[in-house]
Ligand binder design. Structure first.
Ligand code: ZN
Length: 255
C-alpha cells in the first residue's frame, strides 16, 4: 500500500495529519488524542512516530495521552515548552520514519513562534502554522522580517510540493487576499473553488506550493500589486519585502 496522508479534524479548524501505510502511522501535531486514537483503531494502524512543529496547545495537547499508551519517537524543535520531544531537530537535520520509509528535512521557520519548524521531502511539506493556503500564521513570537525570511525558505522549495497546513482557514484567507489583490485571476478562481468545496463540507488542503506563489499575498510581497496595496494601506511604509509583509500581516490581523 502506497503512503496515504489523511486529515483528522480536531477542534474548530485544526487538521491533524496522519501519514500511514496499511500497518504504521506517523502523526503530525496531535493537538487532541481521542480523534487520533479513534482513527488508528478504525484503520487498524500502529502509531510509529509523532512529528511536532511548535508548542501551541492545539498542536501538542494530545501528545502525553498518546505516549501513555505507546512510547514512540517524538520529533520536534528544542523548546522547553515541549518536554516530550526526544528527537530534537534543527535547520538542515533529518527526521526519519523508517517504518514508512520517510526521510524529512527540517527547516526552521521562526515567526508564528520562536522555535517553529517544518518538515519536507521531495513531495510534501508539513507546514504547521507557518504557511496556510492563501495565508500564513500570526506573528506571536517573531518579527515581520523573521517571518518573511521563513516564508522565503519555503517559497524556494519545488513548486510541485504539496503543502499540508494545520488549519482550514482558506475561505477567510481568500476573502482577505481578494481585498489585497482584487484583480488576481488565479486567486479569483481558487476562491470560487474553495467556496464550492466548503459548501460541500470538503477540505481545501493540501495545496500545491506553486499555486500558493500565484495567490498567497504573504508569498507575494515582491509583486507590484501587493506592494501597491500595502502602500495604499500604510502610505509611510517602505517597499522592501519585510515591510510589505508587516503591513499585510497587520492588515489581516484586523480584517
Ligand atoms: Zn500555532
Amino acid at each position: 500500500m502506497p503512503l496515504q496522508i489523511q486529515p483528522i479534524p480536531a477542534f474548530e479548524t485544526n487538521y491533524i495529519w496522519a501519514l500511514h501505510d496499511d500497518r504504521h502511522c506517523a502523526i503530525v501535531d496531535p493537538g487532541s488524542a481521542p480523534e487520533v486514537l479513534e482513527f488508528l483503531e478504525a484503520q487498524d494502524l500502529t502509531l510509529c512516530a509523532l512529528l511536532l512543529t511548535h508548542h501551541h496547545h492545539d498542536h501538542i495537547g494530545g501528545v502525553d495521552a498518546l505516549l501513555s499508551r505507546q512510547a514512540v519517537p517524538v520529533w520536534g524543535p528544542a523548546d522547553e515548552r515541549m518536554p516530550q520531544v526526544d528527537r530534537v531537530v534543527a535547520e538542515g537535520d533529518r527526521a526519519l520514519v523508517p517504518e514508512l520509509g520517510l526521510e524529512f528535512q527540517v527547516i526552521e521557520t521562526p515567526g508564528h513562534t520562536r522555535t517553529h519548524i517544518v518538515y519536507h521531502d521531495d513531495a510534501r511539506l508539513l507546514a504547521g502554522d507557518t504557511l496556510f493556503s492563501v495565508g500564513c500564521g500570526r506573528l506571536f513570537e517573531g518579527s515581520p522580517a523573521q517571518m518573511q525570511r521563513s516564508l522565503d525558505k519555503l517559497a524556494a522549495l519545488d513548486p510541485d510540493i504539496m503543502v499540508y497546513c494545520a488549519h482550514e482557514y482558506t475561505a477567510d484567507n481568500c476573502r482577505f487576499a481578494l481585498a489585497v489583490e482584487p484583480g488576481n485571476r488565479p486567486l479569483q478562481r481558487w476562491a470560487e473553488e474553495v467556496e464550492r468545496r466548503r459548501a460541500q463540507g470538503a477540505i481545501t488542503l493540501p495545496t500545491r506550493l506553486g499555486d500558493e506563489l500565484a495567490y498567497n499575498p504573504f508569498l507575494r510581497t515582491r509583486e507590484s500589486s501587493v506592494i501597491a496595496a500595502a502602500r495604499a494601506r500604510e502610505p509611510a511604509s517602505g517597499t522592501d519585502p519585510a515591510e510589505v509583509f508587516g503591513v499585510i500581516r497587520r492588515w489581516k490581523d484586523s480584517f
